[in-house]
Design a protein around this ligand. Structure first.
Ligand code: FAD
Length: 606
């Protein structure tokens, strides 16, 4: 096995990985970025709507309002110190991106243009605020390209198309990772003083998802298998507007520009569910509303979707009803300029032209609020006392800071990447200076070699893609927008059976070693099954409804018993038969609540 030695190993080259690599490298650290995708193919590049920062370019805004919205949007499970760090650092982060060359849209007087997004308000919920900085509807693409260029300039070492499959631990320290060279099938070891996971989300656990094929939660699963806990996994966000059946995302920016949701009667139904912020209520609320409309028989043509309408005639009619000034009215050219990719997706995949017809949409699995628990410096923490795991860091969607609490506000994810990616990079640069090298254990990588041999040569009857489909379908029905004890218990049982098949009855078609995507996808399925199981176990355990976790049998938020984070870990050390323990509950940081009564949990009023 080839061994590579670099002080810091960053797993993943999306926004979080690149930002961490850039800052570790600028701090004098020798950095290697190991990524299963070519960096600019990372999912960050698919982000559309924007990145939030209280610049106040168009409306009255301040970081404290942004922090408040983040805490409230997260249904008070957000760690308030982290929300404040996010909001405070946002302004610098966006200006820094601009100085790196990111081509943001502009206001007529040359400032960074901003648009509305759900849950972002001025003066503690008084009115919606324009806070999302954007480059048309390609904001993530621009961030990714900009950061990759900066890393190249900084001479960061990239190992593209190397898939990390295990963490190496020696003397209770993280000392590196094991990776497969996808092109050759060979195993490589990356020996480091610090390892940062920035490997993105796990939306592929569900059938209808906005997430790319690669989002299989490898990093979170690899960490979980080492006995390190995952936090708040029951909170998974369904974005209300995915293209019907395909799940491809239609950015919330469409509603930010005035688009409205309509049911089969042509009613703007969000007026009933959230009278003040309507279509821009938080994503959990809008997803549930769509679900309820469909259940009540008001889906379009009796199907399980509704319409999203950005036709200027519709938008201007509602603007007039709301008494908005005529200067706000939009026309076809405006929609073409602000939402070019969305128009392109709909015209290409649906044959629907959004400036002429409404778009068919349904909720789509979108974002994991939970993940690998960290503190605000991206150090991984393992228990309710915030004990730090030496040498291990995480940032981006795979991490749980927890800045999104039970539900993330739109545009706060891209911001999280740059803010906490940067903090992680800086912390690593500082830490590695003091750290001694720890040797690799003598059996490094051996367990993974045999696991891959098992998958490659297993001669069962279950094809991995069929098992994956079965899991995704089940997760959609039983661990979706609404959950109950019954659906969740069934899910836990069914996942156990699926894992049994995975370990005893698998078969794959390609036994080769060169670009064996069949093999890699079969390994990824193991990660998805683990994360699906942890999600279902955590969701069954939490007997309340909060943010993205909606229990039909426990409809109320229960602050008395549940204003705590879930930490779940396996105590058996057996990957095939983990014994998941949820007896650790970490306290939510309520530091702002102690200073300001606005940050104290209240019943939500829309
Ligand atoms: C369609 C879509 C639109 C979105 N729009 C917005 C938006 O407008 N605003 C917003 O704030 N958020 C948005 N989000 C959310 C946000 O884009 C993501 O949460 C964020 O980009 C995740 O970034 P990341 O750096 O954590 O991971 P990613 O960008 O997903 O990158 C993951 C990286 O990890 C690597 N990797 C994964 N597994 C392995 C492995 N085993 N070995 C080696 N490398 C590995 C991959 O190669 C990749 O480089 C959107 C998400 C989607 C899906």
């Amino acid at each position: 096995m080839q061994i590579h030695k670099h002080e810091a190993i960053i797993v993943g080259a999306g926004g979080a990985g690149l930002m961490a690599a850039l800052y570790a490298s600028k701090g004098g650290t020798d950095v290697a970025v190991v990524s299963k995708l070519y960096p600019t193919r990372s999912h960050t590049g698919a982000a559309q709507g924007g990145i939030s920062a209280a610049l106040g370019n168009l409306d009255d805004d301040a970081p404290i309002y942004h922090a408040y919205d983040t805490v409230k949007g997260g249904d008070y499970l957000t760690d308030q110190n982290a929300a404040m760090v996010l909001a405070d650092n946002a302004i610098d982060a966006v200006i820094e991106l601009e100085h790196m060359g990111l081509p943001f849209d502009r206001t007529p007087d040359g400032k960074i243009s901003q648009r509305r997004f759900g849950g972002h308000t001025s003066n503690f919920g008084e009115s919606l605020v324009r806070r999302a900085c954007h480059a048309a509807d390609r904001t993530g693409h621009m961030i990714l390209q900009t950061l990759y260029q900066q890393c190249i300039k900084q001479k960061v070492n990239f190992f593209d198309e190397f898939q990390v499959v295990d963490l190496i631990i020696n003397k209770d320290k993280c000392v590196g990772v094991v990776a497969v060279d996808i092109g050759t099938g060979e195993f490589h070891i990356y020996h480091g003083k610090a390892v940062l996971f920035a490997s993105g989300g796990w939306g592929r656990c569900w059938e209808v998802t906005s997430n790319a094929h690669s989002l299989t939660g490898d990093g979170a699963a690899v960490v979980l298998r080492k006995g390190i806990p995952l936090q708040d996994m029951e909170f998974y966000q369904f974005h209300p507007t995915g293209i019907y059946r395909m799940g491809i995302l239609i950015t919330e920016g469409v509603r930010g520009e005035g688009g409205v949701l309509l049911n089969s009667r042509g009613e703007r139904f969000m007026e009933r569910y959230a009278p003040s912020v309507k279509d821009l209520a938080s994503r959990d609320v809008v997803s549930r509303a769509i679900y309820d409309e469909v259940e009540a028989g008001r889906g379009i043509k009796g199907n399980n979707y509704v319409h999203l309408d950005i036709r200027p005639s519709t938008v201007n009619r509602f603007f007039a009803e709301e008494g908005r000034p005529e200067s706000d009215y939009i026309d076809d050219a405006y929609v073409e300029k602000k939402l070019p990719d969305i128009l392109d997706f709909c015209r290409t995949y649906l044959g629907v032209d959004p400036v002429k017809e409404p778009m068919p949409v349904q909720p789509t699995a979108h974002y994991g609020m939970g993940g690998i628990p960290t503190n605000i410096d991206a150090e991984v923490v393992t228990d309710e006392n915030w004990a730090v795991y030496p040498g291990l860091y995480a940032a981006g969607e795979t991490a749980c800071v927890s800045v999104h609490g039970a539900n993330r506000l739109g545009t706060n994810a891209l911001l999280e990447l740059v803010v906490f990616g940067r903090r992680g990079g800086m912390k690593i640069a500082e830490d590695v200076k003091q750290m001694e090298w720890t040797d690799l254990p003598s059996d490094a990588g051996k367990a993974m070699e045999s696991e891959f041999k098992r998958i490659r040569t297993s001669k069962g009857k279950t094809k991995s893609h069929e098992l994956r489909q079965k899991m995704q379908n089940m997760m959609m029905r039983k661990v979706g927008v609404y959950r109950t004890e019954e659906t969740l218990s069934e899910a836990v049982e069914e996942l156990k059976e699926m894992k049994q098949l995975y370990y005893t009855d698998l078969t794959i078609d390609d036994e080769g070693s060169i670009f064996n995507t069949d093999l890699m996808e079969a390994w990824e399925l193991g990660c998805l099954l683990d994360l699906a199981e942890v999600t279902a176990v955590s969701a069954l355990n939490r007997t309340e409804s909060r943010g993205g976790h909606s229990r039909d049998d426990y409809k109320k938020r229960d602050d008395e018993n549940w204003l705590v984070h879930t930490l779940v870990h396996s105590d058996s050390g057996d990957v095939q038969n983990p014994n998941y323990q949820i007896n650790i509950k970490k306290k939510v940081d309520l530091s702002l609540a102690e200073k300001d009564d606005k940050f104290i949990p209240k019943e939500r009023v829309y």
